[in-house]
Design a protein around this ligand. Structure first.
Ligand code: IPE
Ligand code: IPE
Ligand code: MG
Length: 255
């Protein structure tokens, strides 16, 4: 990491040598952001997409290796038809424009969720980016689209059951590691830090299996307003925690 970047992190209270490897974000508050300004909800989503571009760059520069963003939940189809179709158009447009720029900078794009449930034009735009960036060496950016944590676990159970039915696997061989390896992104480590914007104290069906021991940071900042300083604050907060994973604190003041 360049010296000026180390200095920037340090002055924000962040230890450049203990950056969380995997950060997951529930990007919430687009609707409220728009409402507060008397704008249509979709305008909040539009601004939210600009935040994504900025935050991916900040995270990558800070040394975060994997960033998973809750973009559209399996339950968000319940929203009014025009909001849903507006969000779908935004995702496809982002895949064509901003994401293209980021991915040209070395970001590897992935998508978690039931892609078969997306409109063709969204799925095709995303698949093109996934294919184009699959060997990129930089930050792994996973967009959770049409994603539900319970659906992900159900899909994993189905694929395991199929292997048992085929006689390829015995029921006794099913352990936590196999379940982890049967999820949508088997090679990603569990998130170290889970951030939720817009103050809501719930996980809304996001990464249910993977967040078993994630540190949680909730900020009142609405997603369109979420800035570099807010991400660094969340990382500093994460670094102040003592992770125990059910044990006792590590000796000699180690965190
Ligand atoms: C998050 O913002 C974006 C999506 C869920 C797609 P919201 O649209 O949920 O914003 P609020 O919660 O209504 O403020
Ligand atoms: C979670 O936010 C989903 C995304 C951020 C994509 P929601 O706004 O949908 O969650 P609830 O409805 O407040 O639980
Ligand atoms: Mg919301």
């Amino acid at each position: 990491m360049p010296d000026n970047q180390r200095r920037k992190l340090t002055s924000a209270g962040v230890d450049p040598d203990r950056i969380p490897g995997h950060v997951a974000i529930i990007m919430d508050g687009n609707g409220r952001w728009a409402q507060q300004r008397g704008l249509p909800r979709l305008e909040g989503h539009r601004r939210g997409y600009r935040t994504v571009t900025r935050i991916v760059r900040v995270a990558s520069d800070a040394g975060v290796r994997a960033l998973t963003l809750y973009t559209f939940s399996a339950e968000n189809w319940r929203r009014p038809q025009d909001e849903v179709s507006g969000i779908m158009r935004l995702i496809a447009a982002a895949a064509h424009r901003e994401l293209r720029r980021l991915t040209d900078e070395g970001v590897q794009l992935r998508v978690s969720g039931r892609m078969e449930g997306l409109p063709d034009f969204v799925r095709e735009a995303l698949l093109a980016d996934i294919e184009r960036t699959k060997n990129n060496p930089g930050l792994v950016l996973t967009l959770a689209v049409n994603y539900g944590g319970r659906a992900e676990i159900a899909d994993a159970v189905q694929s395991i059951a199929r292997r048992v039915a085929d006689g390829e696997l015995s029921p006794e061989a099913i352990d936590e590691e196999l379940v982890s390896k049967s999820l949508y992104q088997p090679d990603l480590p569990d998130p170290d830090l889970l951030i939720r914007t817009a103050a809501e104290m719930r996980v809304s069906n996001f990464l249910l299996w993977q967040i078993a021991y994630s540190e949680i940071h909730v900020t009142p900042v609405l997603w369109p307003d979420f800035a570099e300083a807010d991400l660094l604050k969340a990382i500093a907060d994460y670094q102040s925690r003592v992770r125990k994973f059910g044990g006792v604190p590590a000796p000699s003041g180690q965190k």
